[in-house]
Design a protein around this ligand. Structure first.
Ligand code: PMP
Length: 421
Protein backbone atom coordinates (compact mmCIF):
# COMPACT_ATOMS: atom_id res chain seq x y z
CA UNK A 1 0.00 0.00 0.00
CA UNK A 2 1.73 3.14 -1.13
CA UNK A 3 1.22 6.21 1.04
CA UNK A 4 3.20 9.35 1.82
CA UNK A 5 4.14 9.90 5.44
CA UNK A 6 5.98 12.59 7.31
CA UNK A 7 9.12 10.68 8.16
CA UNK A 8 10.70 13.31 10.37
CA UNK A 9 7.94 13.26 12.97
CA UNK A 10 6.84 9.65 13.17
CA UNK A 11 10.05 7.63 13.41
CA UNK A 12 10.97 6.12 16.78
CA UNK A 13 14.54 6.55 18.02
CA UNK A 14 16.98 3.68 17.47
CA UNK A 15 16.90 0.89 20.04
CA UNK A 16 18.50 2.13 23.25
CA UNK A 17 21.34 0.06 24.64
CA UNK A 18 21.95 -1.81 21.38
CA UNK A 19 25.33 -0.80 20.05
CA UNK A 20 24.85 -1.45 16.36
CA UNK A 21 28.23 0.14 15.55
CA UNK A 22 29.94 -2.47 17.75
CA UNK A 23 27.87 -5.22 16.11
CA UNK A 24 28.89 -4.01 12.65
CA UNK A 25 32.53 -3.96 13.70
CA UNK A 26 32.27 -7.69 14.46
CA UNK A 27 31.45 -8.45 10.79
CA UNK A 28 34.63 -7.94 8.74
CA UNK A 29 32.86 -8.15 5.37
CA UNK A 30 30.92 -4.98 6.15
CA UNK A 31 34.08 -2.91 5.72
CA UNK A 32 34.31 -4.01 2.07
CA UNK A 33 33.76 -1.80 -0.89
CA UNK A 34 31.70 -2.98 -3.86
CA UNK A 35 32.16 -1.18 -7.20
CA UNK A 36 34.09 1.48 -5.29
CA UNK A 37 31.18 2.13 -2.90
CA UNK A 38 30.74 1.03 0.71
CA UNK A 39 28.88 -2.28 0.86
CA UNK A 40 25.24 -1.91 1.89
CA UNK A 41 24.21 -5.48 2.60
CA UNK A 42 20.44 -5.86 2.53
CA UNK A 43 20.25 -9.54 1.58
CA UNK A 44 20.47 -11.25 4.96
CA UNK A 45 17.31 -13.28 4.31
CA UNK A 46 19.14 -15.05 1.49
CA UNK A 47 22.26 -15.54 3.60
CA UNK A 48 23.48 -13.60 6.60
CA UNK A 49 27.10 -12.52 6.99
CA UNK A 50 29.44 -14.09 9.57
CA UNK A 51 30.91 -12.37 12.61
CA UNK A 52 34.63 -12.73 13.30
CA UNK A 53 33.95 -15.18 16.16
CA UNK A 54 32.34 -17.64 13.72
CA UNK A 55 35.20 -17.27 11.26
CA UNK A 56 37.64 -17.79 14.15
CA UNK A 57 35.80 -20.84 15.49
CA UNK A 58 35.89 -22.52 12.07
CA UNK A 59 39.50 -21.51 11.55
CA UNK A 60 40.54 -22.80 14.98
CA UNK A 61 38.76 -26.08 14.32
CA UNK A 62 40.44 -26.48 10.93
CA UNK A 63 43.83 -25.36 12.20
CA UNK A 64 44.02 -27.35 15.44
CA UNK A 65 41.31 -29.95 15.95
CA UNK A 66 40.18 -31.52 12.71
CA UNK A 67 39.71 -35.28 12.48
CA UNK A 68 36.67 -37.45 11.83
CA UNK A 69 34.16 -37.62 14.66
CA UNK A 70 32.81 -40.53 16.72
CA UNK A 71 35.06 -43.24 15.37
CA UNK A 72 38.54 -42.49 16.62
CA UNK A 73 40.36 -43.11 19.88
CA UNK A 74 43.12 -40.64 19.09
CA UNK A 75 43.25 -37.16 20.59
CA UNK A 76 42.19 -35.17 17.54
CA UNK A 77 39.18 -37.37 16.89
CA UNK A 78 38.09 -36.97 20.48
CA UNK A 79 38.57 -33.20 20.35
CA UNK A 80 36.56 -32.99 17.13
CA UNK A 81 33.85 -35.19 18.66
CA UNK A 82 33.72 -33.03 21.79
CA UNK A 83 33.34 -29.87 19.69
CA UNK A 84 30.71 -31.52 17.49
CA UNK A 85 28.64 -32.92 20.37
CA UNK A 86 29.14 -29.74 22.38
CA UNK A 87 27.64 -27.86 19.43
CA UNK A 88 24.63 -30.17 19.54
CA UNK A 89 24.04 -29.14 23.12
CA UNK A 90 24.41 -25.46 22.17
CA UNK A 91 21.66 -25.97 19.57
CA UNK A 92 19.52 -27.82 22.11
CA UNK A 93 19.79 -24.93 24.53
CA UNK A 94 19.16 -22.36 21.81
CA UNK A 95 15.90 -24.08 20.80
CA UNK A 96 15.08 -25.17 24.35
CA UNK A 97 14.69 -28.77 23.21
CA UNK A 98 14.46 -31.38 25.95
CA UNK A 99 17.29 -33.56 24.75
CA UNK A 100 20.21 -33.62 22.32
CA UNK A 101 18.57 -36.78 20.93
CA UNK A 102 16.07 -34.38 19.36
CA UNK A 103 18.74 -32.39 17.47
CA UNK A 104 19.67 -33.83 14.06
CA UNK A 105 22.38 -32.14 12.01
CA UNK A 106 21.51 -31.90 8.33
CA UNK A 107 22.63 -29.81 5.35
CA UNK A 108 20.00 -27.16 5.90
CA UNK A 109 16.29 -26.46 6.07
CA UNK A 110 15.73 -28.08 2.68
CA UNK A 111 17.27 -31.37 3.75
CA UNK A 112 15.44 -31.29 7.09
CA UNK A 113 12.05 -31.01 5.38
CA UNK A 114 12.94 -33.73 2.89
CA UNK A 115 13.95 -35.95 5.79
CA UNK A 116 10.56 -35.51 7.46
CA UNK A 117 8.71 -36.03 4.16
CA UNK A 118 10.55 -39.28 3.44
CA UNK A 119 10.96 -40.69 6.93
CA UNK A 120 7.81 -39.47 8.68
CA UNK A 121 5.47 -39.04 5.72
CA UNK A 122 6.28 -41.78 3.26
CA UNK A 123 5.70 -44.83 5.47
CA UNK A 124 2.50 -43.40 6.95
CA UNK A 125 0.59 -41.64 4.21
CA UNK A 126 -2.23 -43.36 2.35
CA UNK A 127 -3.97 -42.20 -0.83
CA UNK A 128 -6.35 -39.37 0.08
CA UNK A 129 -4.47 -38.37 3.25
CA UNK A 130 -3.70 -34.65 3.41
CA UNK A 131 -0.70 -32.47 4.09
CA UNK A 132 -1.68 -28.92 4.95
CA UNK A 133 0.67 -26.09 3.98
CA UNK A 134 0.09 -22.37 3.40
CA UNK A 135 0.23 -20.12 0.37
CA UNK A 136 3.32 -18.44 1.85
CA UNK A 137 5.70 -21.36 1.64
CA UNK A 138 9.21 -21.38 0.21
CA UNK A 139 9.69 -24.04 -2.48
CA UNK A 140 11.60 -26.07 0.13
CA UNK A 141 8.31 -26.53 1.97
CA UNK A 142 6.27 -27.29 -1.15
CA UNK A 143 8.27 -29.53 -3.45
CA UNK A 144 9.16 -32.28 -0.91
CA UNK A 145 5.41 -32.65 -0.22
CA UNK A 146 4.63 -32.80 -3.93
CA UNK A 147 7.22 -35.55 -4.27
CA UNK A 148 5.57 -37.33 -1.36
CA UNK A 149 2.22 -36.86 -3.07
CA UNK A 150 3.62 -38.68 -6.13
CA UNK A 151 4.92 -41.48 -3.93
CA UNK A 152 1.85 -42.01 -1.73
CA UNK A 153 -1.24 -40.56 -3.42
CA UNK A 154 -1.63 -38.07 -0.58
CA UNK A 155 -3.10 -34.62 -1.27
CA UNK A 156 -1.61 -31.19 -0.73
CA UNK A 157 -4.05 -28.72 0.82
CA UNK A 158 -3.10 -25.04 0.83
CA UNK A 159 -4.38 -22.47 3.33
CA UNK A 160 -4.54 -19.27 1.27
CA UNK A 161 -2.94 -15.93 2.01
CA UNK A 162 -4.90 -12.70 2.10
CA UNK A 163 -4.08 -9.40 0.34
CA UNK A 164 -1.79 -8.35 3.19
CA UNK A 165 0.25 -11.53 2.81
CA UNK A 166 -1.10 -13.03 6.01
CA UNK A 167 -2.51 -16.50 6.65
CA UNK A 168 -5.10 -16.37 9.37
CA UNK A 169 -5.50 -19.10 11.93
CA UNK A 170 -9.08 -19.44 10.67
CA UNK A 171 -7.83 -20.16 7.15
CA UNK A 172 -5.71 -22.96 8.58
CA UNK A 173 -8.30 -24.26 11.03
CA UNK A 174 -10.92 -24.45 8.28
CA UNK A 175 -8.66 -26.72 6.21
CA UNK A 176 -7.78 -29.19 8.94
CA UNK A 177 -9.77 -32.32 8.24
CA UNK A 178 -10.05 -35.93 9.37
CA UNK A 179 -7.58 -36.75 6.60
CA UNK A 180 -4.89 -34.20 7.62
CA UNK A 181 -1.78 -36.11 8.60
CA UNK A 182 0.72 -33.25 8.88
CA UNK A 183 0.72 -29.46 8.94
CA UNK A 184 3.90 -27.93 7.44
CA UNK A 185 4.12 -24.16 7.78
CA UNK A 186 6.69 -21.45 7.64
CA UNK A 187 7.33 -19.47 10.81
CA UNK A 188 8.38 -16.34 8.90
CA UNK A 189 7.83 -15.82 5.16
CA UNK A 190 11.06 -15.20 3.29
CA UNK A 191 9.23 -13.39 0.48
CA UNK A 192 7.08 -11.01 2.55
CA UNK A 193 8.29 -11.13 6.15
CA UNK A 194 4.92 -12.27 7.53
CA UNK A 195 5.20 -13.95 10.93
CA UNK A 196 2.70 -16.78 11.39
CA UNK A 197 1.05 -17.53 14.78
CA UNK A 198 2.77 -20.88 15.28
CA UNK A 199 1.42 -21.50 18.79
CA UNK A 200 -2.17 -21.07 17.58
CA UNK A 201 -1.52 -23.24 14.54
CA UNK A 202 -0.02 -25.98 16.74
CA UNK A 203 -2.95 -25.75 19.14
CA UNK A 204 -5.48 -26.13 16.30
CA UNK A 205 -3.57 -29.01 14.70
CA UNK A 206 -2.95 -30.84 17.96
CA UNK A 207 -6.65 -30.59 18.80
CA UNK A 208 -7.04 -32.99 15.87
CA UNK A 209 -3.90 -34.97 16.79
CA UNK A 210 -2.07 -33.68 13.74
CA UNK A 211 1.68 -33.02 14.10
CA UNK A 212 3.20 -29.74 12.94
CA UNK A 213 6.46 -29.10 11.12
CA UNK A 214 7.73 -25.52 11.20
CA UNK A 215 10.07 -24.14 8.56
CA UNK A 216 12.11 -21.84 10.77
CA UNK A 217 14.70 -20.75 8.18
CA UNK A 218 13.69 -17.10 8.45
CA UNK A 219 12.58 -17.14 12.07
CA UNK A 220 15.66 -18.32 13.92
CA UNK A 221 17.66 -15.13 13.16
CA UNK A 222 14.82 -12.86 14.29
CA UNK A 223 12.39 -14.56 16.69
CA UNK A 224 12.87 -16.13 20.10
CA UNK A 225 12.37 -19.75 19.09
CA UNK A 226 11.51 -22.12 21.95
CA UNK A 227 10.28 -25.44 20.57
CA UNK A 228 8.67 -26.47 23.85
CA UNK A 229 6.76 -23.19 24.14
CA UNK A 230 5.73 -23.40 20.47
CA UNK A 231 4.70 -27.01 20.98
CA UNK A 232 5.67 -27.97 17.43
CA UNK A 233 6.74 -31.51 16.51
CA UNK A 234 9.46 -30.64 14.00
CA UNK A 235 11.42 -27.41 13.54
CA UNK A 236 13.90 -26.89 10.71
CA UNK A 237 16.50 -24.16 10.19
CA UNK A 238 19.71 -23.37 8.31
CA UNK A 239 22.95 -22.18 9.87
CA UNK A 240 23.77 -19.67 7.13
CA UNK A 241 20.66 -17.57 7.83
CA UNK A 242 21.69 -17.13 11.45
CA UNK A 243 25.30 -15.96 10.95
CA UNK A 244 26.80 -19.45 10.67
CA UNK A 245 28.44 -21.32 7.78
CA UNK A 246 26.62 -22.72 4.75
CA UNK A 247 25.99 -26.42 4.22
CA UNK A 248 24.68 -27.18 7.68
CA UNK A 249 21.36 -26.94 9.44
CA UNK A 250 19.19 -28.55 12.06
CA UNK A 251 16.11 -30.68 12.27
CA UNK A 252 14.54 -30.63 15.71
CA UNK A 253 12.08 -33.48 16.15
CA UNK A 254 10.12 -34.59 19.19
CA UNK A 255 11.84 -37.68 20.51
CA UNK A 256 8.72 -39.88 20.41
CA UNK A 257 8.29 -39.16 16.70
CA UNK A 258 11.97 -39.49 15.76
CA UNK A 259 12.11 -42.80 17.63
CA UNK A 260 9.28 -44.22 15.52
CA UNK A 261 10.70 -42.94 12.23
CA UNK A 262 12.93 -45.16 10.08
CA UNK A 263 16.33 -43.85 8.97
CA UNK A 264 16.27 -41.80 5.81
CA UNK A 265 19.74 -42.41 4.43
CA UNK A 266 21.94 -45.41 5.12
CA UNK A 267 25.69 -45.50 5.63
CA UNK A 268 28.39 -45.09 8.22
CA UNK A 269 27.70 -43.64 11.68
CA UNK A 270 23.97 -44.39 11.59
CA UNK A 271 24.51 -48.07 12.47
CA UNK A 272 25.39 -50.11 15.53
CA UNK A 273 26.12 -53.36 13.70
CA UNK A 274 26.08 -54.49 10.09
CA UNK A 275 26.12 -57.96 8.55
CA UNK A 276 25.08 -58.81 5.01
CA UNK A 277 21.83 -60.16 6.46
CA UNK A 278 20.90 -57.37 8.81
CA UNK A 279 21.76 -53.90 10.08
CA UNK A 280 20.96 -52.60 13.56
CA UNK A 281 20.50 -48.86 13.49
CA UNK A 282 22.14 -46.45 15.84
CA UNK A 283 20.24 -44.56 18.53
CA UNK A 284 18.96 -40.99 18.18
CA UNK A 285 20.03 -38.67 16.73
CA UNK A 286 22.77 -40.66 14.92
CA UNK A 287 20.18 -42.83 13.17
CA UNK A 288 19.53 -39.80 10.96
CA UNK A 289 23.15 -38.75 10.43
CA UNK A 290 24.59 -41.12 7.85
CA UNK A 291 28.13 -40.40 6.70
CA UNK A 292 30.74 -37.88 7.81
CA UNK A 293 28.96 -34.69 8.84
CA UNK A 294 29.92 -31.08 8.16
CA UNK A 295 32.01 -30.87 11.33
CA UNK A 296 33.51 -27.41 10.84
CA UNK A 297 30.08 -26.11 9.80
CA UNK A 298 28.53 -27.44 13.00
CA UNK A 299 31.32 -25.84 15.04
CA UNK A 300 30.69 -22.54 13.25
CA UNK A 301 26.94 -22.82 13.79
CA UNK A 302 27.44 -23.23 17.53
CA UNK A 303 29.67 -20.14 17.58
CA UNK A 304 26.97 -18.23 15.67
CA UNK A 305 24.23 -19.24 18.11
CA UNK A 306 26.42 -18.26 21.06
CA UNK A 307 27.02 -14.91 19.37
CA UNK A 308 23.28 -14.34 18.91
CA UNK A 309 22.65 -15.26 22.55
CA UNK A 310 25.39 -12.88 23.68
CA UNK A 311 23.83 -10.00 21.72
CA UNK A 312 20.45 -11.00 23.16
CA UNK A 313 17.58 -12.23 21.05
CA UNK A 314 15.07 -9.68 22.46
CA UNK A 315 17.63 -6.91 21.81
CA UNK A 316 18.21 -8.00 18.21
CA UNK A 317 14.48 -8.27 17.68
CA UNK A 318 13.73 -4.83 19.02
CA UNK A 319 16.57 -3.28 16.99
CA UNK A 320 15.36 -4.96 13.80
CA UNK A 321 11.75 -3.97 14.42
CA UNK A 322 12.68 -0.34 14.77
CA UNK A 323 14.72 -0.59 11.60
CA UNK A 324 11.81 -2.27 9.82
CA UNK A 325 9.52 0.59 10.85
CA UNK A 326 12.08 3.17 9.77
CA UNK A 327 12.65 1.50 6.41
CA UNK A 328 8.93 0.98 5.79
CA UNK A 329 8.14 4.60 6.48
CA UNK A 330 11.02 5.90 4.38
CA UNK A 331 10.24 3.60 1.46
CA UNK A 332 6.62 4.71 1.47
CA UNK A 333 7.78 8.27 0.72
CA UNK A 334 9.01 7.12 -2.71
CA UNK A 335 6.48 7.83 -5.46
CA UNK A 336 5.32 4.68 -7.25
CA UNK A 337 6.69 2.31 -4.62
CA UNK A 338 4.38 -0.40 -3.32
CA UNK A 339 5.24 -2.62 -0.40
CA UNK A 340 4.15 -6.20 -1.03
CA UNK A 341 3.29 -7.82 2.27
CA UNK A 342 1.70 -5.63 4.88
CA UNK A 343 0.68 -8.25 7.44
CA UNK A 344 0.20 -7.02 10.99
CA UNK A 345 3.16 -9.02 12.32
CA UNK A 346 6.31 -8.96 10.22
CA UNK A 347 10.00 -9.74 10.63
CA UNK A 348 12.90 -7.84 9.07
CA UNK A 349 12.01 -8.28 5.38
CA UNK A 350 10.48 -5.74 2.98
CA UNK A 351 9.38 -6.75 -0.50
CA UNK A 352 8.48 -3.96 -2.89
CA UNK A 353 7.91 -2.94 -6.48
CA UNK A 354 8.45 0.43 -8.15
CA UNK A 355 6.24 1.50 -11.02
CA UNK A 356 8.01 1.40 -14.37
CA UNK A 357 11.17 -0.42 -13.19
CA UNK A 358 11.53 -4.18 -13.41
CA UNK A 359 12.91 -5.56 -10.13
CA UNK A 360 15.90 -7.12 -11.94
CA UNK A 361 16.88 -3.76 -13.45
CA UNK A 362 16.48 -2.22 -10.04
CA UNK A 363 18.77 -4.84 -8.51
CA UNK A 364 21.44 -4.19 -11.12
CA UNK A 365 21.36 -0.42 -10.69
CA UNK A 366 21.44 -0.75 -6.91
CA UNK A 367 24.40 -3.12 -7.14
CA UNK A 368 26.37 -0.46 -9.00
CA UNK A 369 25.76 1.75 -5.92
CA UNK A 370 27.09 -0.98 -3.62
CA UNK A 371 23.60 -1.87 -2.42
CA UNK A 372 22.90 -5.62 -2.32
CA UNK A 373 19.22 -6.48 -2.38
CA UNK A 374 17.52 -9.57 -3.78
CA UNK A 375 15.22 -9.49 -6.77
CA UNK A 376 13.13 -12.30 -8.20
CA UNK A 377 10.53 -14.75 -6.97
CA UNK A 378 12.48 -15.56 -3.78
CA UNK A 379 11.81 -19.29 -4.25
CA UNK A 380 8.17 -18.58 -3.49
CA UNK A 381 6.57 -18.53 -6.93
CA UNK A 382 3.04 -19.15 -5.61
CA UNK A 383 3.35 -15.94 -3.55
CA UNK A 384 4.29 -14.00 -6.70
CA UNK A 385 1.39 -15.64 -8.58
CA UNK A 386 -0.99 -14.58 -5.84
CA UNK A 387 0.07 -10.94 -6.17
CA UNK A 388 0.21 -11.33 -9.98
CA UNK A 389 3.83 -10.20 -10.04
CA UNK A 390 6.78 -11.78 -11.86
CA UNK A 391 9.15 -10.67 -9.12
CA UNK A 392 9.72 -8.20 -6.31
CA UNK A 393 12.73 -6.39 -4.93
CA UNK A 394 13.48 -7.44 -1.36
CA UNK A 395 15.52 -5.69 1.29
CA UNK A 396 16.19 -7.78 4.38
CA UNK A 397 17.95 -6.93 7.61
CA UNK A 398 20.13 -8.60 10.18
CA UNK A 399 21.52 -7.72 13.59
CA UNK A 400 24.19 -5.53 11.92
CA UNK A 401 21.85 -3.52 9.67
CA UNK A 402 21.37 0.11 10.56
CA UNK A 403 19.75 3.31 9.37
CA UNK A 404 22.69 4.20 7.17
CA UNK A 405 21.89 1.02 5.16
CA UNK A 406 18.32 2.19 4.72
CA UNK A 407 19.42 5.71 3.83
CA UNK A 408 21.81 4.38 1.18
CA UNK A 409 19.05 2.15 -0.18
CA UNK A 410 16.81 5.21 -0.49
CA UNK A 411 19.54 7.21 -2.25
CA UNK A 412 20.17 4.33 -4.68
CA UNK A 413 16.45 3.96 -5.39
CA UNK A 414 16.28 7.68 -6.18
CA UNK A 415 19.23 7.23 -8.57
CA UNK A 416 17.42 4.32 -10.25
CA UNK A 417 14.27 6.35 -10.67
CA UNK A 418 16.30 9.08 -12.40
CA UNK A 419 17.66 6.50 -14.87
CA UNK A 420 14.12 5.37 -15.72
CA UNK A 421 12.48 8.83 -15.58
N1 PMP B 1 12.51 -21.92 3.91
C1 PMP B 1 12.62 -20.60 3.92
C2 PMP B 1 11.50 -19.78 4.49
C3 PMP B 1 13.75 -20.00 3.38
O1 PMP B 1 13.87 -18.66 3.38
C4 PMP B 1 14.79 -20.80 2.85
C5 PMP B 1 16.03 -20.18 2.24
N2 PMP B 1 15.79 -19.14 1.37
C6 PMP B 1 14.63 -22.18 2.89
C7 PMP B 1 13.48 -22.71 3.43
C8 PMP B 1 15.68 -23.10 2.35
O2 PMP B 1 16.83 -22.98 3.12
P1 PMP B 1 18.19 -23.67 2.63
O3 PMP B 1 18.39 -23.27 1.22
O4 PMP B 1 19.23 -23.12 3.56
O5 PMP B 1 17.99 -25.15 2.77
Amino acid sequence: MSARVDVSRSIAPQAAGYDVAAVRAAFPILTRQVHGKPLTYLDSAASAQRPQCVIDAVNDYETRHHANVHRGVHALSQEATDLFEGARDTVRQFLNARSTREIVFVRGTTEAINLVAQSYGRPRLQPGDEILITGLEHHANIVPWQMLREQTGAKLVVAPIDRTGNVSIDAIDARLSDRTRLVAVTHVSNALGTVLPIRDIVRAAHARRVPVLVDGAQAVPHEDVDVQALGCDFYAFSSHKVYGPTGVGVLYGREELLTEMPPWQGGGDMILAVTFDKTTYNSLPYKFEAGTPNISGVVGLAAALRYVEALGRPQIRSHEHQLLDYATQRLLTIPGLTIIGTAPVKAAVISFTIDGIHPHDLGTILDAEGVAIRTGHHCAMPVMDFFELPATARASFGCYSDRSDVDRLLAALAAAQKVFA
